[in-house]
Design a protein around this ligand. Structure first.
Ligand SMILES: NC(=O)c1ccc[n+]([C@@H]2O[C@H](COP(=O)([O-])OP(=O)(O)OC[C@H]3O[C@@H](n4cnc5c(N)ncnc54)[C@H](OP(=O)(O)O)[C@@H]3O)[C@@H](O)[C@H]2O)c1
Length: 327
């Protein structure tokens, strides 16, 4: 089979590599498209290793067709259109994945666009709902509202009947967030998000904050939280180390949680399979009802993986970036 080989951070080449086959409990997917994630850029630059035992090939999500089924797999058969959350290996013609990380392609979604769903859907549901318990009537602040994760988080939060506030860096991105259902749009380059969130909530603050900036926003995020608020940190684009004022946190009876999807175990409590099961049961119906759709900002042929990485790194794209492996 062919896959993208990282010859250097600047050279991602589509080359022949050894075939993969499904082990016990796995299915083999013939890849239609792969989603691009920020972690892929870090991995290509040698700054982020895949978890132990995972493929060294880039790619944390795909859509495609089941090409083979390993021993002890039930519920999946050859020829079914699917998408899957991976620990790695997605930038390839074929990938083997534990059956618990496979999801059907929602009827209303094109096969290749489904490659843009697993990472965002699993990240958003596991954090906003399974961890932060976001519910109807609460306000959630989503940083980077026009990102892949952000565009999905806005839609899911609205489907849960929460009020959505977002930050974004340009008018075009803020307009997209509004179109997707965000009621409070904050231009973070010009406005103070703490002041805006307080103003919009009568001084109360946000019940939940989904943060991708890490250190750079920690103190202001705690300031923006409501009493009993939950700050969920999923990205460190603004650094890893910052001072946490525990006095502010205690005073608000608030919590700060950090989470990551990729290193979770395949099965058991808090596993990828457990999240995938909840996503299929709760988010897929939202997609079927039309409340949630994949937001695809750009698509590239797989041989242009480097250009896709450059586009994501530039910040000049909203929603997901996809790599087409087969047409
Ligand atoms: N922990 C996990 O399990 C997990 C899983 C998936 C993703 N993530 C993380 O979640 C983040 C989003 O992922 P993605 O794939 O959706 O990435 P993406 O599409 O590349 O989005 C990155 C976003 O960061 C925004 N941003 C940059 N500076 C900002 C600032 N000062 N304030 C607010 N927003 C800012 C950019 O928005 P503007 O252009 O508007 O500035 C851009 O939309 C990444 O950091 C990624 O590593 C974590």
């Amino acid at each position: 089979m062919h896959a993208i080989v990282v010859e250097s951070a600047d050279q991602l080449t589509w080359l022949e590599v050894p075939d993969v086959s499904p082990q016990t409990g796995e299915v083999l997917i013939e890849v239609s498209a792969a989603g691009v994630n920020r972690a892929d850029l870090l991995q290509a630059a040698g700054k982020y290793s895949p978890p132990p035992g995972a493929s060294e090939i880039l790619g944390m999500e795909v859509s495609g067709t089941i090409a083979a089924v390993g021993d002890d797999v039930t519920g999946w058969s050859v020829g079914q259109p699917v998408c899957a959350l991976l620990a790695g290996g997605g930038y390839a013609e074929f990938v083997a994945v534990p059956a618990g990380q496979v999801m059907p392609v929602p009827d209303t979604v094109e096969l290749r666009h489904a490659a843009g769903l697993p990472e965002v859907a699993c990240t958003v549901w596991s954090n906003l709902v399974m961890t932060a318990h976001l519910s109807a009537g609460q306000l959630v602040l989503i940083h980077g509202g026009a990102s892949g994760v952000g565009t999905h988080a806005i839609q899911v939060a609205r489907a849960l009947r929460a009020t959505v506030a977002v930050t974004a860096g340009s008018v075009t991105k803020l307009d997209l967030c509004r179109e997707l259902g965000a009621e409070v749009t904050i231009a973070y380059r010009d406005e103070d998000f703490v002041e805006r969130v307080r103003a919009e909530t009568g001084g109360a603050g946000a019940d939940v904050i989904l943060d991708i900036m890490g250190a750079a926003y920690l103190d202001r995020n705690v300031d923006a939280l409501a009493t009993g608020g939950r700050l969920i940190v999923i990205g460190m684009q603004g650094g890893t180390k910052a001072e946490l004022n525990l006095g502010k946190l205690i005073g608000k009876r608030a919590s700060v949680v950090g989470t990551a999807l990729r290193g979770r175990p395949v099965t058991g409590r808090g596993s990828k399979s457990a999240i995938v099961e909840e996503v299929t049961a709760n988010v897929w119906p939202m997609i079927a009802e039309g409340g949630v759709r994949p937001v695809i900002g750009a698509e590239f042929p797989i041989a242009q993986a480097r250009a896709a990485h450059q586009l994501l790194a530039s910040g000049e794209v909203s929603g997901k970036v996809l790599l087409r492996v087969a047409d």
